[in-house]
Design a protein around this ligand. Structure first.
Ligand SMILES: NC(=O)c1ccc[n+]([C@@H]2O[C@H](COP(=O)([O-])OP(=O)(O)OC[C@H]3O[C@@H](n4cnc5c(N)ncnc54)[C@H](OP(=O)(O)O)[C@@H]3O)[C@@H](O)[C@H]2O)c1
Length: 312
């Protein structure tokens, strides 16, 4: 099967097309014929070798940890899925990712794609959608009468978080540059702080929750907008517990936990038109397509998700 791999760490020029053996599912796994994959910042962070201690994968590494496709084969212990099902998944992080024509994944991590959602849209969901859901609900415990600040609302994680918080009924503030202000209002944000014009920490106060997708100075200033007893959840940088204590707030780092049941909840929201994946750009499944997709992701200014269409 065709795959795009890296055989050493480095810049986007390391992305190479290679012929690999088609994988065979274990007893608790499903083989998926991938129709679309997505690019996330973790892909190029891993490609540069920034995560090599956390994930000491053997080369060649197939990057990409989002897939939408058709079940081709199921392991003997799998009964929730069958050949022909339309499914999507954030598979376990291994060196066999989803820039490939086929991938295997544990059946418990999969969910079925609703009929009103295309493969392209579905591929945009698992990694970023689950991250947003878990930060808001599993870790953030957000309630409908609470206020949440979602940083980088126009990005992959942010564009899901804004819609999920909206569906819950919470009050949403988010940060973005001028070009994304109207877009974020259309997604359901109550207040959009244009970071090129204003300092969010001077505009907002008494927030119950902050979802930090940026780290650094943004994380530090975010403590100031929380009310006493509020919470910051970061997906980029371990928060400083001393600073959290000084502000009388809680602070956690969260690493996404792949989960098929939660992905099914997102599928239900999409089926009811309460959640719409924002596919900001699409690239072909070629070396050049992946290089261009990585280049865009590395700008930190892609809108919504970057999707790769995989033709067979
Ligand atoms: N821990 C985990 O499990 C986990 C899971 C998913 C993601 N992450 C991490 O979370 C981060 C965000 O991921 P993502 O997929 O959402 O990234 P992304 O899609 O690449 O984010 C791009 C967005 O960030 C916005 N942005 C850039 N600088 C900003 C600023 N100073 N203030 C407000 N918005 C800004 C841009 O909007 P403008 O163009 O308007 O600036 C753009 O729309 C990444 O570092 C990723 O690795 C971690």
């Amino acid at each position: 099967m065709k795959a795009i791999v890296i055989e050493q760490y480095g810049d986007k020029e390391e992305l190479k097309e290679k012929e690999l053996a088609k994988p065979d599912p274990e007893t608790d796994e499903v083989l998926i014929k991938i129709q679309a994959a997505a690019v996330n910042p973790i892909d190029w962070k891993l490609r540069y070798g920034y995560l090599k201690e956390k994930f000491p994968f053997e080369f060649p590494i197939v990057l990409g940890w989002d897939a939408a496709g058709i079940v081709e084969k199921v392991g003997e212990d799998v009964d929730a899925f069958q050949k022909g099902d339309r499914v999507f998944v954030r598979p376990e992080l291994t060196n066999r990712g989803t820039y490939a024509e086929y991938t295997t994944a544990k059946a418990e991590l999969l969910a079925k794609i609703p009929d009103n959602i295309s493969f392209k849209e579905a591929a945009a969901v698992p990694l970023a959608g689950l991250t947003a859901y878990q930060c808001l609900l599993d870790v953030g415990n957000l309630d409908s009468d609470e206020k949440v600040l979602i940083h980088a609302g126009a990005g992959g994680v942010g564009s899901f978080a804004v819609q999920i918080a909206k569906d819950l009924g919470a009050y949403i503030a988010t940060t973005a540059s001028s070009k994304n202000v109207e877009f974020l209002k259309s997604l359901g944000a109550d207040e959009v702080i244009d970071y090129t014009e204003a300092d969010f920490s001077k505009e907002l106060e008494d927030y119950d929750l902050v979802v930090d997708t940026l780290g650094g100075e943004v994380q530090e200033k975010s403590f100031e907008v929380l009310k006493n007893g509020g919470k910051l959840v970061s997906v980029v940088e371990e928060p400083d517990q001393k600073k959290a204590d000084q502000h009388g707030v809680k602070a956690d780092f969260h690493w996404l936990i792949p989960d098929g049941d939660e992905l099914s909840l997102l599928a239900e929201m999409m089926e009811k038109d309460k959640l719409k994946p924002v596919v900001g750009s699409t690239f072909p499944f070629t070396e050049q397509g992946l290089k261009d997709a990585h280049e865009l992701s590395e700008t930190h200014h892609a809108r919504g998700k970057i999707v790769i269409e995989i033709d067979h």
